[in-house]
Design a protein around this ligand. Structure first.
Ligand SMILES: Nc1nc2c(ncn2[C@@H]2O[C@H](COP(=O)(O)OP(=O)(O)OP(=O)(O)O)[C@@H](O)[C@H]2O)c(=O)[nH]1
Ligand SMILES: [Mg+2]
Length: 254
């Protein structure tokens, strides 16, 4: 089984991708399922095969422990760890080849508390990857793009799994803008030039240093462009996943 943990900033397109990629895989006769690990989701654009909300109810936590919405979400995220056996059992029963795992809306609840990395480590799978989403809209200027690289590096540091990076919602931006972001992702010189042409000297220097530090650690991120509304880029993404599946290849290093 190939487990794909979909991680990204709030609203970056994790849930829609989970649903669209599931349907795409099924249309290709692949045996795929979805797992919702986001206890705070009130709606998911797919019907999860396995769902933490069955046993974890954020509203109930708010009432029982007299917590506000954020405190309850934190507690709910921590409770996800105790669901591991049940999640594993349900996945095993379905016996899929691909398991797409949608994670918390607020990325820090999944990536930076203990339960997310614990679940990712303990779930039994032949291959596991983190699929990190760069939101097209958020990554649309060079400063935000560098921040997103930094977040992707932090996620990699937490999970220590092969990480694939996608640029989501590419249908929203004009093709020339998509190309510009893809150029930043494949050629850090282009990104430095974009930072420099901003005219914001102090901010530029800070971001350029962050970018160079990531480069020195070999953490550069080649982005695969996708769209979950028209399935753009899914064929290419699937080919990359299959290469990892076959070869155990790690592609954090761009
Ligand atoms: N046009 C377009 N819209 C998208 C795409 N992917 C997601 N969206 C929209 O972006 C918004 C957020 O998408 P979600 O899939 O809910 O994002 P998410 O990361 O799961 O969000 P949270 O779980 O709330 O953090 C929704 O309105 C989606 O319809 C895409 O590829 N193209
Ligand atoms: Mg979501």
């Amino acid at each position: 089984m190939f487990a794909i943990f979909v991680v990204g900033t709030a609203g970056s397109g994790k849930s829609l991708f989970t649903g669209s990629f599931l349907e795409w895989l099924k249309a290709k006769d692949q045996n795929a399922i979805t797992v919702n690990l986001d206890p705070g989701a009130s709606y998911t654009p797919y019907n999860p095969d396995v769902d933490v909300r069955t046993n974890i109810d954020v509203l109930e936590i708010m009432n029982e422990y007299r917590l506000g919405p954020n405190g309850a979400l934190v507690m709910a995220a921590d409770q996800v760890a105790s669901e591991l056996d049940s999640i594993q059992e349900q996945i095993d029963e379905l016996n899929p080849d691909y398991t797409i795992i949608d994670t918390s809306g607020q990325m820090e609840l999944f990536a930076f508390r203990a339960s997310g990395p614990y679940i990712a480590k303990e779930i039994v799978a032949d291959n596991k990857i983190v699929l990190y989403m760069f939101d097209s809209i958020f990554s649309n200027n060079p400063f935000n793009y560098v921040s997103n690289m930094f977040l992707a590096a932090a996620v990699n540091n937490r999970f220590n799994l092969p990480q694939v990076h996608v640029l989501s919602k590419t249908d929203i931006l004009p093709p020339s803008k998509v190309k510009e972001i893809l150029d930043w992702s494949s050629r850090s010189g282009k990104l430095e030039m974009a930072l420099e042409s901003s005219g914001e000297a102090t901010r530029m220097l800070l971001n350029r240093d962050v970018l160079r530090a990531l480069g020195r650690l070999n953490l550069t991120f080649s982005l695969l462009p996708i769209s979950s509304t028209n399935n753009g880029g899914f064929t290419n993404l699937f080919a990359v996943l299959q290469r990892i599946f076959m070869g155990g290849e790690e592609i954090i290093k761009g």
